[in-house]
Design a protein around this ligand. Structure first.
Ligand SMILES: *Cc1c(COP(=O)(O)O)cnc(C)c1O
Length: 387
């Protein structure tokens, strides 16, 4: 069976985890957490990076820092993971969903302005598959209406928009280091902060509402409860696992890109024949090969294809029941404008296996099976596809 995902492992993880134990420091903000924070700041030219227990929690911190109050509105795509919305719903926000662009599956930047009301506080662009949203336009709208931009860059670590790292383009950027993401610590994430004015409060929120970070730096002589907060800092053991991967971030990225490019080249013939659609990466975007997906003709064809691949030992998956049509989404959110693409495109999208270490032979095998599927569907095109 070719698995859909295998969590990244580079070989040094156990050694580094052992080091945390020898350091007698396995709780948060130990040596490895600090190393990871600094690496993220240096590599992505981020003003401040703080490891968190998940991307969901980084988003929650961003929601608190944005001062979201009961009844505030937050604009985001409906085609996203539940956490994007959960983080703001937890603060009492109403979620305003707008349609996506069918080419990148990202929020349609041209539909955002019409969804803004005097209650709107935040826009959340989600960089689907590590391909950037149209950030210039989104930031321009945010500036015009005095809104905060929180990037859900869970899938966008190592991706760029016009030469800048995803996660550093909005007021806040949220990364995920879940085991399904490009770099992992099991469960984990990071909050990136652009403006110094948010940093001190972010550290307080992350440390249960205490000024403990300042205490450890010697800036105050006792630490105490100064604000609302939670426990958003991960164990240094998790950070140690992540460090082993950040050290090899470029290697992991190259390996994933090799698989992605092989899929893309190998499947072009099926696209040219009009059987499937392939991902689109705008010129101003550099992506991180987080995901390789194809789009089938419709839901029924996708279901048949998943079954066919499974019979051949390939685990391909789809995701995101659009949030506005989920039971809870109906309660806490509202779709503004027409759902032209969100539902239709989500039903056609199929993700193929892609992980660090997936062999080129396996990618070729998957390409061959996809071709076989479409040959069996349409025998007259047999010659064209196999040549
Ligand atoms: C994975 C993911 C998240 C959640 O990340 P966690 O680290 O598991 O909390 C949020 N948003 C998007 C778009 C994701 O892909």
């Amino acid at each position: 069976m070719i698995k859909f995902n295998i969590p990244p492992f580079t070989g040094k993880e156990l050694e580094y985890i052992e080091e945390t134990i020898k350091n007698n420091k396995i709780c948060g903000d130990g040596i490895f957490t600090k190393k990871c924070n600094k690496w993220l700041e240096d590599k992505f030219n981020a003003h401040k990076a703080l490891l968190t227990t998940s991307c969901t929690h980084a988003l929650e911190m961003a929601a608190i820092l944005s001062d979201i109050k009961e009844g505030d509105e937050v604009i985001m795509p409906s085609y996203t993971f539940v956490s994007t919305a959960d983080a703001f719903v937890g603060r009492g926000a109403k979620i305003i969903f707008v349609d996506i662009r069918p080419d990148t599956m990202n929020i349609d930047e041209n539909l955002i302005e019409a969804a803004i009301t005097d209650k709107t506080k935040v826009i959340v662009p989600v960089h689907y598959a590590g391909v950037a949203c149209e950030m210039d336009k989104i930031n321009e709208i945010a500036k015009k209406y005095n809104l905060i931009v929180v990037e859900d860059a869970a899938q966008g670590v190592m991706s760029e928009y016009k030469g800048k790292a995803l996660g550093t383009l909005g007021e806040f950027g949220c990364y995920s280091f879940h085991e399904t993401k490009n770099y992992s610590m099991g469960e984990g994430g990071a909050l990136l902060i652009k403006d110094e004015k948010y940093v001190e409060r972010a550290e307080i929120i992350r440390e249960k509402g205490t000024n403990r970070s300042r205490f450890f730096r010697g800036q105050v002589d006792k630490y105490t409860w100064v604000d609302f907060g939670s426990s958003y800092l991960p164990s240094d053991m998790n950070a140690a696992y992540l460090w082993a991967q950040l050290e090899l971030a470029d290697k992991i990225n190259d390996d994933r890109l090799n698989c992605w490019n092989k899929y893309y080249e190998g499947l072009q013939i099926l696209r040219d024949k009009g059987f499937i659609e392939l991902p689109y990466v705008p010129d101003e975007c550099k992506h991180n090969a987080h995901m390789f997906y194809i789009k089938t003709k419709d839901l029924q064809e996708r279901t048949e294809l998943i079954a066919y691949l499974k019979e051949n030992g390939i685990n391909a998956v789809f995701h995101y029941i659009p949030l506005h049509s989920a039971p809870f989404g109906e309660k806490v959110g509202k779709f503004v404008g027409e759902d032209r693409y969100t539902t239709k495109e989500s039903e056609r999208l199929l993700r193929l296996p892609l992980y660090y270490g997936l062999s080129q032979d396996n990618v070729q095998f998957i390409i061959d099976k996809l071709k076989e599927f479409y040959i069996s569907q349409n025998v007259t095109n047999l010659v064209a596809i196999t040549k």
